[in-house]
Design a protein around this ligand. Sequence first.
Ligand SMILES: Cc1ncc(COP(=O)(O)O)c(C=O)c1O
Ligand code: FES
Length: 438
Amino acid sequence: PSVSPARALSTAAVTADAPAAAAEEEAMTIKGVRISGRPLYMDMQATTPVDPRVLDAMLPFYLSRYGNPHSRTHLYGWESDAAVEEARARVASLVGADPREIFFTSGATECNNIAVKGVMRFYRDRRRHVVTTQTEHKCVLDSCRYLQQEGFEVTYLPVRPDGLVDVAQLADAIRPDTGLVSVMAVNNEIGVVQPLEEIGRICREKGVPFHTDAAQALGKIPIDVNQMGIGLMSLSAHKIYGPKGVGALYLRRRPRIRVEPQMSGGGQERGIRSGTVPTPLVVGFGAACEIAAKEMDYDHRRASVLQQRLLDGIRGQVDDVVINGSMEHRYPGNLNLSFAYVEGESLLMGLKEVAVSSGSACTSASLEPSYVLRALGVEEDMAHTSIRFGIGRFTTEEEVDRAIELTVHQVKKLRDMSPLYEMAKAGIDLKSIQWAQH
Ligand SMILES: Cc1ncc(COP(=O)(O)O)c(C=O)c1O
Ligand code: FES
């Protein structure tokens, strides 16, 4: 009786549909490219598949328990509300927070907007300055740019060649009128883990709220808001096998940090984020957190083994491969590599059978290499040949081996055609060559 008939029915329907849907997708043309079979997915930083256990938890809230959690007059509302609160407790528990410090949003982008702009606007009379880093996600950087247009000042700290911030430099950057320090937990492009505890301690000493974008860290590395002195934190469900379109902002109660809301409306989420809370998504987020709490250690160990396998497999067969970002302070599900003497765009195009992402902007309108790699001081040519391999909970050894095979094949093929590689192998210092100017 605890399982509704609709739940049993719909789970069966989803499972039954899966092979049909897969067959339909066997061959298709997308953006003019003929694709037969699905590429192997290794882009876990962009997003993750939904864990079947998460979907299972969500379905009843679409099909039978579909009440508005803010409805106070009937069972439908009460059961949805109870489910939302249960999910809130699960998210809170994964990061050592009080459930009253968790506010559901549409994702980490929204959280970063509320955190960065919201704090600064709330305390605008006394605090005019933000400290952040050059390697933050675009939504943090863009929020900072927006604040600059409103007259606030922003310090964009450089990072060391290994991608980490220099904490002494960070401490020096804090001024009496600094209202926020925003440093991400795990970088989305290179996977490096920033020294959160040290940054938190400095911020506490200086009495400045510490915000961290933990979209890539939640459920991957242990996070404790008290131990790390975190005042605000941005979280997202779709990076941890939960649904897309939901996230949560952690906002400290003691000492209380206040923000100016971005949206006007019904005052849901204690006025921080008006709008009907999407029960199925939130329930899915809660389930994803609960699973992550139990399986984080195991997942982490597996990711480490697979990362090593991938790295050894590639390096064993091709030389001049450079790892971007610290290996020591890194989430192992991210391996960002640059392949010298290989043209980046050709490499990505040749890797059609693996869904990976380039650190560079090959696929976007701009032909700029990654600003993250540039901040590390990676030379433009190497920044152009970077590939980010993402390893997740469901990645298999066979998939890693296939990725190695395809990558090695492609890199060798491109190098065979490369006069630069030939010259380098002949011992010519490429930096000494005077290229003709166009
Ligand atoms: C570090 C980081 N911050 C923020 C985001 C945005 O998250 P969301 O898609 O939930 O808005 C992402 C994901 O793209 C991310 O990797
Ligand atoms: S190779 Fe495409 S942006 Fe660098």
